[in-house]
Ligand binder design. Structure first.
Ligand code: FE2
Length: 171
């Protein structure tokens, strides 16, 4: 059977360093406490994000999600990550390849929830609620690529495009 997911992890950068997934989740949780203070995030007209922290070891974004907004299925290159929900709720749809079988899971992420994931995590996020959602996302190492996937036949998810982030562009 064809692999359901094509890994996009680059061996050219070091792995997680000494930040554990618990560390990433803790950072996300802490930053979520003040996420509502960033401009334009409490009543967004479109999905809006700000870079709110960057170090040699991690970076963090706050993302505001109006009702109905979403991001398509994607990975995070060689970065591990964590998400903390400051307010509202999102539906996370994860795609994984378990023994050659596509496994698609949906999880409701509500205010106060945080999760962390290793590199290779493939997911999409949607705000299906009637209120905006506000989340904090932390990546380690710094996010450099996101590859987006589309479902083909037999549950196969194919990479269709990769977005590269130039650190200069993110300032
Ligand atoms: Fe993501």
């Amino acid at each position: 059977m064809t692999a359901l997911l094509t890994p996009t992890i680059s061996p050219s950068r070091p792995a997680l360093d000494d930040l554990s997934l618990h560390d990433l989740a803790t950072i996300a949780r802490g930053l979520a406490e003040t996420a509502h203070l960033w401009p334009g995030v409490t009543d967004p007209r479109e999905r809006t994000w700000h870079t709110i922290a960057r170090t040699d070891r991690f970076e963090a974004f706050v993302i505001a999600w109006p009702s109905g907004s979403s991001i398509d299925t994607h990975d995070h290159g060689d970065a591990a990550g964590a998400i903390a929900v400051a307010s509202g709720e999102l539906i996370e749809t994860t795609v994984s390849d378990v023994g050659g079988t596509a496994t698609i899971q949906t999880t409701k992420l509500t205010a106060g929830v945080q999760l962390a994931f290793r590199a290779g995590h493939v997911h999409g996020l949607t705000n299906r609620g009637s209120s905006p959602a506000l989340t904090v996302h932390v990546y380690s190492p710094v996010l450099r690529t996101m590859t987006f996937f589309e479902e083909g036949g037999d549950g196969e998810h194919l990479p269709v495009r990769t977005e590269w982030f130039d650190l200069e562009d993110l300032r």
